[in-house]
Design a protein around this ligand. Structure first.
Ligand code: INI
Length: 179
């Protein structure tokens, strides 16, 4: 019978794995991990709620509060540079980037949102430190509110658990005995 991996609640979907293969699956485990958070001040009433959600999820996963460092930056455009700076310290198992870009409120939505997304991916790929994408890119403020602790959950908490899951995979790979 095929093994089935139930997705943790930060990732939608169920993955069915074939038999006979090695599986290196992480879980959002925060024990003994330090975590860096970079958060945009722009749309701060929304990003504050993402930050609350992220910190609550980290603490629930076992991260000690005093091992969480938060770096506020002006807006989503600055998130990649902040994430890169945190990652380069090598002090953090993973980095969480939180921001909120609302299409209706900015003619340069596509630039800010696009640069945030590609820059955060670049920060992760360049440093090898997991960086999660907790940036809301919404058409309206109502949509952003729904994703920041409203009807559609809290994207900050999801980003926190995704970052911890990736850190856990990296930890498993580092300690895996060579065959
Ligand atoms: N920054 C955001 O995080 N969200 C936005 O919706 C936004 N808008 O609307 O422009 C925004 N702009 C600021 C941008 O991120 C930079 O801080 C700014 O351009 C200075 O580099």
């Amino acid at each position: 019978m095929n093994e089935e991996l139930r997705a943790p609640d930060h990732a939608i979907g169920r993955l069915r794995l074939p038999e006979g293969v090695g599986v290196i699956a992480g879980s959002p485990n925060g024990a003994r991990r330090a975590v860096g958070i970079v958060v945009g001040r722009f749309n701060g009433e929304i990003t504050s709620r993402l930050l609350d959600g992220a910190i609550a999820a980290l603490v629930e996963a076992g991260v000690e509060r005093d091992r969480i460092d938060v770096v506020p930056v002006p807006g989503a455009f600055e998130l990649p540079l902040g994430a890169m700076a945190l990652a380069r310290t090598r002090q953090y198992a993973c980095i969480i980037a939180l921001g909120c870009v609302i299409r209706g409120e900015t003619p340069h939505f596509d630039y800010v949102a696009g640069e945030a997304a590609s820059g955060l991916q670049l920060a992760a790929l360049e440093t090898g430190v997991p960086v999660s994408f907790g940036v809301l890119t919404c058409d309206t403020r109502a949509q952003a509110e729904a994703r920041a602790g409203g009807a559609r959950g809290n994207k900050g908490a999801e980003a926190a658990r995704s970052a911890l899951e990736m850190a856990d995979i990296f930890g498993l790979l580092r300690t895996r005995a060579p065959e």
